[in-house]
Design a protein around this ligand. Structure first.
Ligand code: SF4
Ligand code: SF4
Ligand code: SF4
Length: 189
């Protein structure tokens, strides 16, 4: 019959069109879902305003050394000669001898600037996240040292074992696109 061929063509055409539209919608939905899930990926981070400087960040992480490291908020630092985050409470002398340092691993580097100012930087590969320097700086200094989960190390456990043990409830989930939290005065600098 002469009309059979065009009808089949039409059906094939519409069939292909519907399949194409379905695949297009499916592709768009997959891409949207991928973007949505990517956007919503969350990681663990420490709210510095809630940390009470216990020692759990050094000992409770599934990694050793811990994925938590000290960081320096330079705009807050006083560049003090007598840094209470660097020196023992009663140092023999204000020099870099190991016996005068608060940090158990020597992870803080003290560099003389124009007198009487000194710069304090953290050598992260040596830091174990013990928070001793954070406590010293918070109690008697400007509070420029604080702890952060380093995401080049953290394996993003579903239940972070430090978060479970944190007495200050300082751990929270943050978007992976903005994985670090700054101290308040850093925002103003
Ligand atoms: S466990 Fe919590 S309170 Fe203790 S040092 Fe870590 S973030 Fe601070
Ligand atoms: S005192 Fe502890 S937290 Fe501070 S730099 Fe040394 S190891 Fe890291
Ligand atoms: S999520 Fe896991 S690896 Fe990351 S800080 Fe917590 S315990 Fe350590």
């Amino acid at each position: 019959m002469p009309e059979t061929v065009p009808n089949n063509h039409r059906r094939q055409f519409f069939g292909a069109g519907i399949r194409g539209a379905f695949l297009f919608v499916l592709g768009a939905a997959t891409s949207l879902f991928a973007r949505y899930t990517q956007k919503e990926k969350m990681v663990w981070q420490i709210d510095p305003s809630k940390c009470v400087q216990c020692t759990n960040c050094a000992t409770k992480c599934v990694l050793q050394p811990s994925a938590v490291k000290c960081v320096q908020a330079y705009p807050m630092c006083g560049y003090c000669k007598l840094c209470t985050g660097y020196f023992e409470p009663q140092p023999n002398r204000l020099n870099t001898a190991a016996e005068n340092q608060l940090c158990p691993t020597g992870a803080i580097i003290r560099t003389a600037l124009e007198y009487p100012y000194y710069e304090y930087t953290i050598e992260e590969s040596l830091c174990i996240g013990c928070a001793k320097c954070v406590k010293g700086c918070t109690l008697f200094g400007n509070g420029s040292f604080f702890l952060q989960v380093r995401h080049d190390r953290c394996v993003n456990c579903n239940d972070c074992s430090i978060a479970l043990a944190c007495p200050g409830h300082a751990f929270k989930r943050v978007p992976a696109s903005q994985p670090y939290l700054l101290k308040n005065r850093e925002h103003q600098a």
